[in-house]
Write a protein of this length. Structure first.
Length: 338
């Protein structure tokens, strides 16, 4: 019985995204930034989302956070169901994005580290004041308790001498330290889900590896789930349990990291894997995927990858591929596996 309960707890679903369509309504036309994406996140798991620039990774994250520039960019259909740790469920797509309920989910339950840390830290306040404010916004604690918690999280993300550095301004820190401050701020309210959008892309490789290791350690310690967005499959290999590959707003493949690396099915995933320097394959010539991501205003009929796909068939240019489960837990949307 105890074992059964532990297994249930391990598979606790925190977030379900079902048929998400997010679009931008611009002068030039409609951009289908997220076009029917579904996935779930379980407690304690890291889900990687990977794909080239413009594939809809950030917009998927901003849809979950309800931080889209509405009404120009908005969720047009689908559901995003969040299951708070204290029970129940809430459909995020139905909430007013300014409501108290949404504000409490955002920050307290689902925290996000943004692609550009400098734009999310305010240059005129000390990093300490910003973390303390975030804590006091969501937790009923006095300023001194919030300050202690801020020092604790700065320490956890490996900022040396946090008692002193808490009084520094963002510009007094290096890029890597600012990114750690962002992670500290996100962790300060014990979120159940952390969304990290390219958290280390701007940093040099050694610092990147250190921050990722630190994030993984904290994730295990806190039992959080992480949605890790990156264009780098190397980072996915290091960090994620499961991977979702996106191409032009659509999910083209989803699998465990092991399945994806050992047996990539979608020609796009295969192309991505051939185009990155993987450990063990160093020295091998990298082959970038030929061609480029199509303009969102002029998408090809059928499979969006057809113009770049070495295995495209006539059917591919007519019909959008339907997702198939090729092996347990391994999904692909490609006519090669109908
Ligand atoms: N404010 C906006 N107005 C119009 N279109 C937008 C806007 N923001 C994003 N888009 C479009 O939505 C699509 C998805 O963008 P998104 O930012 O999610 O890509 P991404 O996968 O995060 O790319 P990157 O790796 O460059 O961060 C793109 O076609 C993009 O041009
Ligand atoms: S559906 Fe066709 S064009 Fe698209 S990835 Fe598969 S084989 Fe290539
Ligand atoms: Mg992005």
């Amino acid at each position: 019985m105890a074992v059964e309960q532990r297994e249930l707890a391990a598979n606790e679903v925190l977030l379900e995204v079902e048929g998400l369509h997010t679009q931008f309504f611009t002068e030039q036309g409609v951009v289908k930034a997220v076009d029917g994406v579904s996935f779930t996140i379980e407690k304690g798991k890291v889900l990687g989302i990977v794909g080239e620039s413009g594939c809809g990774k950030s917009i998927t994250a901003l849809s979950i956070m309800r931080l889209l520039p509405e009404p120009r960019g908005r969720i047009v259909s689908g559901t995003i169901t969040f299951h708070p740790p204290d029970g129940g469920s809430v459909n995020i797509t139905k909430l007013d994005r300014h409501s108290a309920e949404m504000r409490s989910i955002r920050g307290q339950h689902i925290a996000m580290i943004f692609q550009e840390p400098m734009t999310s830290l305010n240059p005129v306040y000390t990093v300490g004041d910003q973390i303390i404010e975030a804590i006091q916004l969501h937790q009923n604690v006095d300023k001194e308790a919030a300050r202690q918690r801020a020092i604790e999280v700065l320490h956890q993300v490996d900022i040396p001498d946090p008692e002193r550095r808490i009084n520094e301004y963002p510009h007094q820190m290096s890029g890597g330290q600012r990114q750690r401050v962002m992670i500290a701020m996100a962790l300060s309210c014990y979120p159940s889900i952390l969304i990290a959008d390219e958290p280390t892309t701007a940093l040099d490789v050694t610092i990147q590896a250190k921050i990722l290791r630190n994030m993984r350690r904290l994730q295990q310690q806190y039992g959080m789930a992480i949605i890790l967005i990156t264009h780098d499959l190397g980072v996915i290999g290091q960090m994620a349990d499961d991977v979702l590959v996106m191409y032009v707003g659509r999910k083209v493949e989803q699998a465990s990291v092991r399945q994806l690396f050992l047996n990539p099915l979608h020609p796009y995933t295969q192309g991505l894997l051939r185009s990155i320097p993987l450990i063990g394959l160093r020295g091998k010539k990298l082959q970038p995927i030929a061609g480029s991501v199509p303009s969102p205003y002029n998408l090809p009929e059928g499979c969006c990858f057809a113009p770049r796909c070495p295995q495209a068939m006539p059917k591919c240019r007519q019909e959008v591929p339907i997702e198939a489960e090729v092996e347990p837990g391994h999904f692909v949307a490609c006519w090669l596996y109908k």
